[in-house]
Write a protein that binds this ligand. Sequence first.
Ligand SMILES: Nc1ncnc2c1ncn2[C@@H]1O[C@H](COP(=O)(O)OP(=O)(O)OP(=O)(O)O)[C@@H](O)[C@H]1O
Length: 241
Amino acid sequence: MNQPPGIKLSGQHHLDGQLLFKAELELPAGAWTCLLGRSGVGKSTILRLILGLDTGGVFDGNIVASDGAPLDRRIGYMAQSDLLLPWLTVLENICIGARLRGASPDLDRAHALLARVGLADRAGAKPAALSGGMRQRAALARTLMEDRPVVFLDEPFSALDAGTRADMQELAVEVLAGRTVLLVTHDPAEATRLADQIVVLSAEGATRWPVPSTPPLRGLSDPETLRCQSRLLDHLRGVAA
Ligand SMILES: Nc1ncnc2c1ncn2[C@@H]1O[C@H](COP(=O)(O)OP(=O)(O)OP(=O)(O)O)[C@@H](O)[C@H]1O
């Protein structure tokens, strides 16, 4: 893997002539940033802007990588919808990146990841035969399969039961160690557990929220982690923390 860059976004985004957000956001190299904020504030839009995808609006500002090199092809992306191709099996979906590049997929790695996400026995199934949580795990495996220095995850664990969610968080932290990760989540517990940096997006800006002094992956019963989580929840509910 190439050295992961940091990323800076600064500017404002308009939708139908109305300001959606004005923000300065810095993603430190090799660290996890968790992005929270109310529904519709523009979190996925930020991911799509950095990815160079259509957002339906107009962005006026700058997006730069710390090494000055273009970001395209260096970012792995797991969107909110799983984007699994219905005519391919789970295994074929996981290997789609290599297939699109005309390369041979690393099947050992694909099977190992399938086992890690609990889908070893579903490799030959089509996505329509999976539950929502299984599809989300397949999409996570597909994202982890790509060896990208930067990874964007848009609510990757939202459809999972609590136990599986904790397992998948641990898998992602392990596989993505040392990469620049931007995780969009609505879950203060998830952000508090995983983040090197927490950012709350509102129309007025992107505000950094203090994280516990211990490193991720934090224990959920750790008192400092619980305090941070509950203050963050209060803040997100519009209550003074
Ligand atoms: N392709 C598009 N064309 C037009 N408007 C869009 C498009 N994509 C998103 N929007 C609008 O941009 C705004 C921000 O959407 P976005 O998905 O970034 O919010 P979000 O903070 O990620 O929300 P959520 O937490 O509900 O996923 C919303 O008003 C949405 O309707």
